[in-house]
Design a protein. Structure first.
Length: 269
């Protein structure tokens, strides 16, 4: 039986083809982290560009994102959300008193998930073309494994709520503390404090994580059938194609930097 980590990562890649995740998603990862894709979808960090001898400055080589966006990555199936405000009666959330606001998450599939934040940012590596040249030098000198991939952009949130079901059927019910004036109930809101009222099944509850980077994009060396060196663009492959595309070798032996979600066929030459 597959682990919850693998099921979660596989389901995440299937639902959000342009992004990858890691385990635990509450842990922090950095731009320039180097690792491998387990099964074609679960990122396992191994090293960093700097540790492998490739110059990388966390400030000068990064394009910062100063415009925040709300973050909502929820399984496209297997998750149901029910909310109530103070004064409302809702029999679907029996553990939350009528005078309080609350929320209930119902999971109907193992490893289904919810990742929510009011505020998130997506910094990225500034110069992928320059990075490609440096990696190719290492690769041709037999100092770079073709299966290694690099975190090229990531989603960072100062405060995020993550909930993952560890069983095929589970739920949690939360009451909002001091909820008399609350106008809207949703997870990922740093101004709302929740009290756990009831759980069923197995739930991995990672709410209130600070400075979290649960989601990112990857680049890596890939060999193209048509040959030539190119910088890949994001298009998104079907999940079943990820593993085979990641392992395919070109008889001509040409290498290019690919985003592992597809590639851009226009040459840069």
């Amino acid at each position: 039986m597959a682990s919850v980590a693998r099921l979660y990562a596989r389901g995440f890649k299937k639902d959000f083809k342009f992004y990858y995740t890691h385990w635990l998603p509450s842990s922090t990862i950095e731009l320039g982290t180097v690792g491998e894709l387990e099964g074609g979808y679960l990122f396992r960090p191994k090293s960093t560009l700097r540790d492998l001898g490739i110059a990388f400055d966390a400030d000068a080589d990064v394009v910062a994102d100063t415009s925040s966006s709300p973050l909502d990555f929820t399984s496209k199936s297997g998750v149901s959300i029910t909310t109530k405000l103070a004064g409302e009666a809702n029999t679907s959330i029996p553990s939350v008193p009528q005078g309080s606001a609350g929320i209930k998450l119902d999971f109907s599939r193992e490893a289904s998930f919810l990742i929510k934040a009011q505020e998130s940012y997506e910094p990225r590596i500034r110069d992928l073309i320059g990075l490609e040249r440096k990696i190719l030098e290492k690769y041709h000198a037999r100092q770079w494994d073709r299966n290694w991939v690099i975190v090229s952009s990531l989603v960072m949130s100062p405060y995020v709520d993550i909930v993952i079901s560890e069983s095929a059927s589970s739920s949690i019910e939360l009451e909002v503390s001091g909820s008399g004036t609350v106008q809207s109930v949703e997870l990922g809101n740093v101004s709302l404090q929740f009290t756990m009222k009831r759980t069923s099944g197995k739930v991995l509850d990672m709410r209130g994580i600070k400075n979290c980077t649960p989601i990112f994009q990857l680049v890596g060396l890939k060999q193209r059938f048509l040959g030539g060196v190119h910088l890949g663009g994001v298009k998104g492959l079907a999940l079943d194609a990820v593993g085979s595309a990641y392992e395919t070798e070109d008889e001509a032996g040409h290498v290019y930097l690919d985003t592992l979600g597809g590639d851009m066929r226009d040459p840069l030459e």
